[in-house]
Ligand binder design. Structure first.
Ligand SMILES: [Ca+2]
Length: 544
């Protein structure tokens, strides 16, 4: 196997070269950063808050990049745990460890799997196999419903305000010395690979503990995409999903079979502009796609930005100037067929090599998606369609066919979960928690509540900055007054603004209870819970 620790395609300019295979960040390395970080948390400085809400004021005393590097560097410095493995321990543990695969799409709705029943026109027989022969985590969420921030969490197990990737923009930087999951797995004896889309701005997976890396900068293109395979520029002809599937199989064929393997597969599909393989493009042409129940939402008692967003590129009155609704759904369905083909190839390969029983396959998406629900398109907002993702787990050795889990799992849980299954001690700086105890039947309740964050993006200015907390029953969304003077910032004069939903009695989130006097007690509790979660996760600036 060739080594991936070499030049790799990068989104922009030369990224710093640093071998993080050893994964050692200690307070001794950067004592000043520790002090900075703690000072920030103590003082809740306005400047600090301004930086992390995604707005760079020109009169800030320190630059955004500098701030993130300094403070977040300190966060990891305080908590990162060194790993110590004896050769004997490693060899013994390696023999019984499962292979782990994380495959994810881009912008796939949580219910865009045929076997889930809500979109019966879909043709996803292999996703269906993962679900019916494995498990469906039906309460799976992302802590930011946006590509790059969520992807940074999937790689590190940390919230976006810790990874530094607070939005999709090129000014948003992954902190260079925050470890991703691969060096831990490699050090534990795993053969490691990443295939496909990464899409984290100014970030490269080269030198980050991978034995095989076949990727491309940014979004890539659906046809004739240029990959960088272990640093080598490699043009391709044809459909991107087929090439991602091919590289996946190439890694599996060529890896060191004496070791267990860990592999991420990141698909470009089913991201806009939804371009299917020509051989599948007419597959659904006779399908009639019903409009979702909340299509005609009038947003009564709800934040005013929704009406504006409906008219934008991220709302149906804007988006459907280009796509008609049924055509949009047909395109998405056709893109998923190629992804599903790859799952079929993967299952067949693992069956052939006798590894299927001891391989954990996790299938998900980087964020959810509005497909007309609430009159919206795209993601970002904290409503269920946007924050829920599919989460299928297949491993015959561990999971009985058709298992359904109701425990809430998050994108930040992935990295710690993979390490847990690999027998690696979970580093303290990772903020997610392993769901291995859930699968083992040791944790019936799961987490009680979790923090959501979204930072305003100037490029798509309809959604304001928002924080939120979701419990099993309730959801509270806070649109803070961040003092943004940009003319495009939404809801001026209405901020701060609260939303509260009782998901048990209003699963479609149509009735905002924030002004309901009978719900005042719940609102107060949820607000306190949000403050607590922001503190626990080190959100600089805290609640506003
Ligand atoms: Ca995405």
């Amino acid at each position: 196997m060739v080594n991936a620790n070499s030049r790799q395609g990068r989104a922009r300019g030369p990224a710093p070269r640093r071998d993080v295979t050893e994964v050692t960040i200690t307070p001794e390395e950067s004592p000043d950063l520790v002090d900075d970080w703690l000072d920030c948390l103590r003082s809740r400085q306005t400047t600090v808050y301004n930086v992390l809400r995604g707005i760079m004021n020109t009169d800030d005393k320190i630059g955004r990049r500098d701030f993130i590097n300094r403070t977040l560097g300190a966060a990891a410095a305080v908590t990162a745990a060194p790993m110590v493995w004896s050769a004997q321990r490693r060899a013994a543990a390696t023999r019984r460890r499962p292979n782990v695969i994380f495959m994810y799409t881009d912008d796939q709705r949580y219910d865009a799997v045929h076997a889930m029943g809500s979109q019966p026109w879909l043709r996803t027989p292999n996703m269906d196999r993962l679900m019916t022969r494995g498990a469906n985590f039906r309460n799976s969420f992302v802590t930011t419903s946006l590509c790059s921030p969520s992807r940074s969490s999937l790689l590190t197990g940390c919230y976006p305000h810790i990874t530094g990737v607070v939005d999709n923009l090129r000014t948003s930087n992954m902190r260079d010395n925050l470890p991703v999951v691969f060096p831990y797995l490699k050090k534990a004896g795993y053969s490691t690979a990443y295939i496909g889309k990464v899409h984290v701005p100014n970030f490269s997976l080269a030198d980050r503990g991978l034995d095989f890396l076949a990727t491309f900068p940014g979004q890539g293109v659906y046809f004739d995409n240029t990959f960088f395979v272990n640093g080598k520029e490699t043009p391709t002809k044809g459909y991107i999903t087929d090439h991602i599937n091919r590289y996946m199989l190439e890694f599996l064929e060529e890896r060191d079979t004496a070791k267990p393997f860990a592999m991420y597969v990141g698909h470009k599909a089913v991201h806009s502009g939804f371009e299917p393989d020509p051989k599948y493009k007419d597959l659904f042409r006779n399908e009639w796609m019903p409009l979702p129940q909340t299509w005609d939402d009038t947003y009564e008692g709800r934040p005013s930005y929704l009406k504006e967003r409906r008219k934008s590129w991220h709302g149906l009155d804007g988006c459907l100037q280009k796509f008609n609704y049924s055509d949009l759904q047909r395109r998405i369905a056709a893109c998923l067929v190629s992804v599903d083909d790859g799952i079929g190839q993967l299952l067949a390969f693992l069956k052939k090599t006798g590894e299927l029983d001891n391989t954990i396959i996790i299938y998900s998406s980087d964020n959810g998606f509005f497909s007309g629900q609430h009159g919206l398109n795209d993601k970002r907002a904290m409503y269920e369609d946007s924050i829920r993702v599919p989460y299928l787990v297949h491993c015959p050795k561990l999971i009985k066919p058709g298992t359904v889990y109701d425990q809430m799992v998050l994108n930040i849980d992935l990295a710690p979960t993979l390490l847990d299954f690999a027998g690696v001690e979970i580093p303290k700086h990772m903020q997610g928690r392993s769901w291995k105890p859930v699968v083992e039947g040791k944790e019936r309740a799961g987490r009680e509540a979790w923090l959501y964050e979204y930072n305003w993006e100037k490029a798509y200015p309809w959604d304001p900055t928002q924080f939120g907390v979701r419990t099993r029953r309730y959801k509270y969304i806070r649109y803070p007054d961040v003092g943004n003077t940009d003319p495009q910032y939404p809801m001026k004069g209405e901020l701060p603004y609260d939303e509260l939903y009782d998901l048990q009695n209003d699963s479609l989130e149509m009735r905002n209870l924030a002004q309901d006097t009978a719900s005042a007690g719940v609102l107060r509790e949820m607000k306190d819970l949000l403050k607590k979660k922001m503190e626990e996760t080190g959100y600089p600036g805290g609640f506003r």
